[in-house]
Design a protein around this ligand. Structure first.
Ligand code: DGT
Ligand code: CA
Ligand code: CA
Ligand code: ZN
Length: 591
């Protein structure tokens, strides 16, 4: 385990102990230990464990040192497993409700006998929660809203989490001897920001072993359906997955159909009909004759001696059969992609390999979990040419924002790091500067002038009226030192709506002032939403795909941002961080 993963385990132990009502000193020891770990580098942790000197770190005692060593060397911790098993599942589930910490849950349990969300809902509805010491009306309302949100959002999953489950399944399917081809389809393949369920399409002649393998996957909690050619399962995370197995000559049609979207499929079918053809998950066959699409496809197949379907080897040939160029899955939303494909006017979409760096990233200096050197090394390992550091500014005290003094010190450190040539990467000096509630920036011009660039973001006063928020952000755009806007709407997928803001007006102001808008690639942000980008880029808006990484592993999440950029029809030319180092330096120095 990495030190950040270990820190997560320690923090969770602290939470669970608190939930159990354990001694506060013990609880605090784990919380302190987690923070102490976050402050040291991974390599240093390895050295300390090797030399058995972990206890010399302030905040880590003997008991903790043992547990950290066990986690580091075995990836597991017996104590943690037992602790988790000892907690009533209903109580642990309550931790997922925003605004409910372990202490409050403990009080609800001890004073009202509440042990699950259903009981909590009832107690909120009849006012017993509000009457409790330390709760009150406001808290009760907040808890109820949290429960409702959880129900509304609970059925979908972030693309990143879904992909982590799907990727090894596709790889495993392809390894089965019976399987000729296998792909993930559905919203996952289209790169949607959230995914309802997974859809796997497999070409195989011998079906039973494939179904058997699928339904016995690790993490499968329940097999919800099982038939001759398909199966559905539910994983422990709640995510469901559909598997469909088809003969190889039907694969292209099934893959296209189950990739969707529905709107895209409807338009494709209409286009086929206009050419006297019937397009379905079973095939592309003449439309005349009686019966359903399936019967027609089967009849045509019988007539042509199975050759009819088999003639189309891949999706590109399917599109070509309808006089269209290949439409990348991300564009298949029924938003004009078929018209563009007909005219040969589909853009060459940005690809993961096009990125040469990124600008909005954090270090341990604010709320990140890896040091400047660790972040630089990780970015260099990705083959990037440059990395921008944009830690929080002073008003974001909850995120340990930097004072002027600390920022200038960090700038010196970055210059020294660049001069040392220790890593094969250039580090840019930046800040994620708060846009104060009236639209001023959190640092004076003199300070901002010392940086390569400024990411301006809203981190407070989320509930302002739309007109006030819009004017606030536009004032920040008009500041001559603002290089780009961070996470424009502040949304957190499946958790929180964005704040009210007139995106159209902000985009126009950004273009007029040559300010970039970031596509924040953090899997739970993907902000600004892909639905705005096609029009905005057409008008001349420049984008930057930023991972907003708070640890080294976060840098790779630019991939989620690439999905959204592709869904927004963006090309390399629309995105600053596809440019090489020299071009980016020039951009910063001349704007
Ligand atoms: P999700 O799972 O809600 O994130 O979204 P999808 O797009 O993965 O939807 P899903 O899993 O229900 O179905 C996968 C694809 O199958 C969908 O994108 C299009 C196709 N499909 C499913 N039901 C229908 C339908 O009733 N009509 C048409 N035209 N296509 C359908
Ligand atoms: Ca799906
Ligand atoms: Ca499905
Ligand atoms: Zn931020």
């Amino acid at each position: 385990m990495t030190k950040n993963e270990i820190a997560d385990v320690l923090a969770e132990i602290g939470t669970l102990l608190e939930l159990k009502g354990e001694n506060p000193f013990k609880v605090r020891a784990y919380q302190t230990g987690a923070r102490a770990l976050e402050a040291i580098e991974d390599a240093e942790l390895a050295r300390l464990i090797g030399e058995e000197k972990l206890e010399t770190v302030k905040g880590i005692g003997e008991a903790l040192a043992q547990k950290i060593t066990e986690l580091r060397t075995t990836g597991r911790l017996g104590f943690f497993d037992k602790l988790k098993a000892s907690i009533e599942p209903g109580l642990a589930e309550m931790l997922q409700i925003p605004g409910l910490g372990p202490k409050k849950i403990r009080a609800l349990h001890d004073k009202l006998g509440i042990a699950d969300i259903a009981a909590l809902t009832a107690a909120c509805t009849d006012g017993r929660v509000a009457a409790l010491d330390g709760f009150g009306e406001k808290t009760q309302e907040k808890i109820l809203a949290g429960i409702k949100n959880r129900e509304a959002y609970g059925r979908r999953h972030m693309w990143w989490d879904a992909e982590e489950i799907a990727a090894p399944i596709v790889a495993g399917l392809r390894k089965l001897p019976q399987v000729k081809r296998a792909e993930a389809a559905g919203s996952l393949r289209r790169g949607m920001e959230t995914v309802g369920d997974l859809d796997f399409i497999v070409a195989a002649d011998d079906v039973a072993p494939v179904v058997g393998w699928f339904t016995k996957l690790a993490g499968v909690k329940e097999v919800t359906a099982q038939g001759e050619t398909k199966a559905s399962v539910r994983f422990e995370s709640g995510l469901q997955a559909d598997l469909r197995i088809v003969p190889d000559d039907q694969f292209v049609f099934a893959l296209h159909h189950f990739t969707g979207s529905k709107d895209h499929n409807v338009q494709m079918r209409q286009r086929a009909l206009a050419r006297g053809l019937s397009l379905s998950e079973w095939g592309l066959v003449p439309a005349e004759g009686e019966g359903t699409a399936k019967e027609k496809a089967e009849a045509a197949k019988a007539k042509a001696g199975k050759r009819e379907n088999g003639k189309l080897k891949n999706e590109a040939e399917l599109f070509a059969a309808l006089s269209l160029s290949f439409i990348p899955p991300e564009l298949r939303e029924g938003l004009g992609e078929i018209e563009a494909a007909e005219k040969g006017e589909l853009p060459r979409l940005v690809e993961p390999g096009d990125l040469r760096g990124a600008f909005h990233n954090h270090t341990t200096e604010s709320d990140g979990r890896n040091t400047l050197a660790e972040m630089a090394a990780a970015a260099a390992a990705l083959g990037w040419e440059y990395l921008g550091i944009a830690d929080h500014s002073k008003s974001s005290y909850q995120a340990n924002g930097l004072s002027e003094e600390r920022l200038l010190k960090q700038v010196d450190e970055i210059h020294a790091l660049n001069a040392s040539k220790r890593f094969k990467i250039h580090v840019f000096t930046g800040t994620e500067c708060d846009i104060l509630s009236d639209g001023r920036l959190d640092f004076d011009d003199a300070i901002l002038a010392k940086l390569d660039y400024v990411v301006a973001s809203v981190h407070n006063a989320f509930t302002q009226e739309e007109a006030v928020m819009t004017a606030r952000v536009i004032r920040a755009i008009e500041h001559p030192r603002t290089t780009m806007l961070g996470h424009l709407t502040g949304r957190l997928l499946l958790r929180r709506e964005g704040y009210r803001i007139d995106v159209g007006k902000v985009v126009d102001a950004a273009i007029a002032n040559k300010v970039i808008i970031e596509l924040n690639a953090s899997p739970w942000r993907l902000d600004l939403d892909w639905r705005y980008w096609r029009k905005a880029a057409d008008k001349g808006l420049l984008c930057a795909i930023n991972p907003d990484a708070h640890e080294t592993g976060g840098l790779e999440q630019v991939r989620a941002g690439i999905n959204s950029a592709r869904k927004g029809w963006l090309t390399k030319e629309n995105i600053l961080n596809t440019r090489g180092l020299a071009a980016v330096k020039k951009y910063f120095s001349t704007r």
